[in-house]
Design a protein around this ligand. Structure first.
Ligand code: C5P
Ligand code: MG
Length: 224
């Protein structure tokens, strides 16, 4: 059944209660945000981490693209427009999709405990604040740092087969701009809290994965 991201119905009576605490407690749910410019290799490294360590991987971009394609979605056109222009979709949409996906993953696993890699989120400071206030606080941020030139080459290469509406030269330019202006402040914000683990994402995927594991072990211990 298609998922709806609408707020619960209240029969026209009262508005939904204002949440006073996050949906998930960090003692049950571990959240690692995975950030980096477009083409830095977030998705590739998340796939490696899932395979080896059993995280649940949620890509904000993938969730938005799925919602865009979902028949009956009231947000399809809006999402399409934002993605094509490399802009950040209004946070309510993305946060609700993430919360739904987390709830679904926990239900499926039959446990209240889970470990999530949240990839490509938060891309804007308001998303960071709202998510931590209403969904779950984040344990740390894994930041894949990569020069624009390298990311551009990767995206143009991926664009040959990805079918993505934003893997073209013009959209890529806009995405880089959004990354610098809007998303880097999020990395800086978490850096000030000492939560960022930065990995040089220029080398091959295998090399980046080795470094990622090393940094994560240093930060979280061998059993992460
Ligand atoms: O992470 P990915 O490259 O798949 O994201 C594609 C696009 O989805 C972004 O350029 C942006 O338009 C949208 N997006 C967003 N907010 C997020 C993640 C992605 O608006 N947190
Ligand atoms: Mg991705």
């Amino acid at each position: 059944m298609p998922r709806s991201i609408e707020a619960p119905k209240t029969d026209g009576q009262l508005p939904p209660p204002v949440k006073s605490s996050p949906t998930f407690s960090p003692s049950d749910v571990t959240v690692l945000f995975v950030l980096g410019g477009p083409g830095a290799g977030k998705g590739t490294q998340c796939a490696n981490l899932v395979k080896k360590y059993g995280f649940t991987h949620l890509s904000a971009g993938d969730l938005l693209r799925a919602e865009q394609e979902r028949p009956g979605s009231q947000f399809g056109d809006l999402i399409r427009d934002y993605i094509k222009n490399g802009l950040i979709v209004p946070m309510e949409v993305t946060i609700q999709l993430l919360e739904n996906a987390m709830t679904e993953a926990l239900q499926k696993s039959g446990s209240s405990k889970g470990r999530f890699l949240i990839d490509g989120f938060p891309r804007k400071l308001d998303q960071a604040h709202k998510f931590e206030e209403s969904v779950c606080t984040a344990k740390m941020v894994l930041f894949f740092d990569c020069p624009e030139k390298v990311m551009e080459e990767r995206l143009l290469e991926r664009g040959k087969t990805s079918g993505r509406a934003d893997d073209n030269a013009e959209s890529i330019r806009k995405r880089f701009r959004t990354f610098i202006e809007t998303s880097m402040p999020v990395v800086d914000y978490y850096e000030k809290q000492g939560k960022v683990v930065k990995v040089d994402a220029t080398p091959s995927p295998d090399d980046v994965f080795i470094k990622t594991q090393k940094h994560l072990t240093e930060r979280l211990g061998k059993e992460f």
